[in-house]
Design a protein around this ligand. Structure first.
Ligand code: ZN
Length: 332
């Protein structure tokens, strides 16, 4: 009998493995990015993550940029998380047995990507207005997120996103939510960000910016709240095809080691990147600033939003400016 492998079953087991065995996971709709468990990844930089689970391959592929290992994700599970692999295969076989009873239905399922057919209501029925949860509201207030923004957010009291603040990605014209990201809040374990299942537009604020004007591209939705006409690409996916819809792109990556690495990559591609060192020289803060939200919280001028006029002169696409983006080699 030819086994049919449901992607949803695989995803469920993979997520379980990731949440129990990996401290930090980056996720986009196309891949998970983790510290490679095969080679152990960098010894010097405990934050470096070079292992990828590529979800857009069939079957999914595990790949590491450090040790170059490449294998199917089920094979990776079999070798390194064998108990999970056995449970996964058990589920696959159970599902095939129940499907074979209705061959027509089975053929139909086969044609549909499982992540698309997932009953999302099972996830979203647990989403409650964030305003009912004082500690979440306090978190938002501390980060100076405007109430008119966070009052439309959620907190998940159960299911897959339990204990997470849900940041909806809305099309303001229609009010429709096209994506969401669950940020770890009350749960100690699990990945920091858990996004909506399936293949969707995952660019925050995509529908709300003026595409003909300069668009600022950030890494996180919360930072995007504080920069006029900006979008956020979730994770580090700076190469989302949708970004081509913007004629004038200006990248504002985090002011830290991994941000600097990205900045240099972008400079090499002749892209405009934000020069944090110059900007912070002109806008002194009393502590280290690693991203836009930090700046909003700790600047001494009561700046609560960055407009194009305030930031435009700090972008550069000149490769000689790479000296402003020092990468700590100890951390690579
Ligand atoms: Zn590796």
């Amino acid at each position: 009998m030819n086994l049919y492998y449901d992607e949803f079953i695989l995803e469920r087991h993979v997520r379980s493995i990731l949440s129990r065995n990996f401290t930090e996971v980056f996720e986009t709709s196309d891949f998970y990015n983790v510290r490679c468990n095969v080679c152990g990844d960098s010894k010097k930089d405990k934050y470096l993550k070079r292992g990828y689970l590529l979800k857009n391959k069939e079957p999914w592929v595990y790949y590491c940029h450090n040790c170059q290992v490449s294998m199917s994700v089920p094979n990776w599970m079999k070798q390194y998380f064998n108990d999970d692999y056995k449970r996964y295969m058990g589920d696959v076989i159970r599902q095939n047995k129940s499907s074979i009873m209705d061959q027509n239905k089975y053929d139909n399922i086969k044609k549909v990507k499982s992540s698309q057919e997932r009953d999302e209501k099972e996830d979203t029925k647990h989403f409650k207005s964030i305003l009912k949860f004082e500690d979440c509201v306090q978190f938002c207030e501390n980060r100076k997120i405007p109430k008119e923004v966070y009052s439309k957010w959620y907190y998940s009291v159960g299911g897959l996103y339990k204990g997470r603040i849900i940041i909806p990605f809305r099309n303001n014209a229609t009010g429709k939510i096209y994506y969401y990201q669950g940020r770890k809040f009350n749960n100690k374990i699990g990945v920091k960000y858990l996004s909506r299942y399936g293949i969707h537009n995952s660019v925050y604020n995509y529908y709300n910016v003026d595409k003909d004007k300069p668009v600022i591209i950030l890494e996180g939705p919360i930072d995007s709240i504080f920069v006029a006409n900006s979008v956020a690409v979730t994770g580090l996916k700076l190469k989302d095809d949708r970004l081509n819809d913007f004629k004038q792109k200006y990248f504002m990556v985090d002011n830290d080691n991994s941000g600097n690495k990205n900045a240099i990559k972008l400079l090499k591609l002749r892209k405009y990147v934000f020069n944090w060192s110059k900007f912070l020289k002109d806008h002194k803060c009393n502590r280290d600033i690693k991203d836009v939200n930090d700046f909003i919280m700790y600047n001494n001028e009561n700046i609560d939003i960055l407009t194009w006029d305030m930031i435009s002169s700090y972008f550069t696409n000149n490769i000689t400016d790479k000296i402003y983006f020092p990468v700590d080699k100890q951390k690579t």
